[in-house]
Design a protein around this ligand. Structure first.
Ligand code: MG
Length: 164
């Protein structure tokens, strides 16, 4: 059996914060604001995985009112989410994501983000694909108010059981 999940996240860009995407710190004059490190790519990936497994969303698992997740390293949350999913008998087929950012240019970092995410989930690098686009200056993202990410994940049953 295979199942698909969708994830989306957006955070505001502010001064005085590091920009962390896919677990990678990217040189930029502003960073994303959030209770955790506000890594929208990792958060969208968590929601896609949880969605595919039918396990709710990231807010249920790691509430932003919980002081334990203040400043949390979101790549660790992704690791925790994938561990939960594996316990439920699922494994990742592939994960595909798009980052929406007017700046900075993501091209130099996409491969390293994918590598970091694959490493944290202990899956083959080829199962993760990261894309990026601007919004051609349109809307809040085009003005540089924030960065968003969208992600889909496909899971398959890790076991060979025939009872569905
Ligand atoms: Mg978030």
């Amino acid at each position: 059996m295979t199942r698909i999940g969708l994830g989306y996240d957006i955070h505001r860009l502010v001064t005085g914060r590091p920009l962390i995407l896919g677990g990678l710190t990217i040189p930029f004059e502003r960073g994303l604001l959030g209770h955790s490190d506000a890594d929208v790519l990792a958060h969208a990936a968590c929601d896609a995985l949880l969605g595919a497994a039918g396990l709710g969303d990231i807010g249920e698992h790691f509430p932003d009112t919980d002081p334990r997740y203040s400043g949390a390293d979101s790549i660790d949350l992704l690791k925790k989410v994938y561990t939960k999913i594996k316990k439920e008998g699922w494994e990742l087929v592939n994960l595909d994501a798009t980052i929406f950012a007017q700046a900075p240019k993501m091209t130099p970092y996409k491969a390293d983000m994918a590598g970091r995410m694959a490493e944290c989930m202990a899956v083959e690098r080829s199962r993760i694909n990261i894309k990026a686009t601007t919004t051609e200056g349109l809307g809040a993202i085009g003005r540089g108010d924030g960065i968003a990410a969208m992600c889909v994940a496909l899971l398959q049953s890790a076991t060979t059981t025939t009872d569905v």
